[in-house]
Design a binder for this molecule. Structure first.
Ligand SMILES: [Ca+2]
Ligand SMILES: [Ca+2]
Length: 236
């Protein structure tokens, strides 16, 4: 085999392999769409209030895509929403911030109330499955939590929320899971909008899940020495 031919064959092989190596989802927009959840030295307190130091430093993901028409939805008093996620000691912590000018929380059925839909796919299958689906009513206590969701807490009259998921050794540097979040905006008992953190052009006809990657910039040895935010908070 001459050199040119060798290079050509090698390149062809690489081009065949690379799309698979990048992930399960090969939709062009979704491929580079991911959330990096960073390891934190001190876990947030899951109390619904986002005053924990870790939430000040994170980069939020915005819920700003209309899932019905696939178009970008600008922020407005009608709705704006964002989330952030960090991890520590086998737990994934998610913070959610919502502005909705008409919060609907007192209906008998979840479908008639504002709620959050979340997918956490620890197996990284890349697809929506009921097993991975969580429906979180706004500003309500939940009687039972589906594993690995371990806690849900609301603050600020339903405008902020914290959740924790117990993922054990799946929460480790470099690992990926499937993650999806959207808000079902109900006004006067009727669904008005479905707004998600998804790439442009993504509609509810899609069933792909974007990736959440566990990243770590700090060294584990340093974290152990730091004190708990709970202790600090307890002093006030
Ligand atoms: Ca908190
Ligand atoms: Ca609403």
């Amino acid at each position: 085999m001459n050199l040119n031919r060798y290079v050509f064959v090698t390149m062809s092989l690489l081009l065949t392999v690379v799309p698979y190596a990048l992930g399960h989802v090969t939709g062009s927009n979704l491929q580079n769409f991911q959330y990096n959840a960073d390891l934190v030295a001190v876990a947030p307190i899951v109390d619904g209030y986002l005053d924990d130091p870790v939430w000040e430093k994170v980069i939020p993901g915005k819920m700003n895509q209309d899932l019905i028409n696939g178009k970008h939805l600008p922020e407005s008093p009608d709705f704006s929403g964002s989330f952030a996620a960090v991890w520590r000691n086998g737990f994934l912590y998610v913070a959610i911030k919502i502005t909705d000018d008409q919060l609907e929380t007192r209906q008998a059925k979840l479908l008639r109330e504002d709620h959050i839909i979340l997918y956490i796919d620890p197996h990284h299958s890349g697809r929506m499955e009921d097993l991975y689906r969580y429906e979180i009513p706004i500003h309500k206590e939940m009687d039972t939590l589906k594993y690995p969701l371990t806690r849900v807490a609301w603050g600020n009259d339903g405008q902020t929320c914290e959740l924790s998921f117990r993922l054990d050794n799946l929460a480790r540097k470099g690992n990926s899971i499937g993650f999806w979040i959207a808000y079902h905006d109900v006004d006067s008992g009727h669904l008005q909008n479905k707004i998600g953190w998804v790439p442009e052009g993504y509609t509810e006809d899609n069933d792909y899940l974007p990736d959440l990657i566990f990243t770590a910039k700090i060294e584990p040895s340093r974290q152990q020495k730091l004190i708990q935010w709970g202790h600090i908070k307890g002093l006030y």
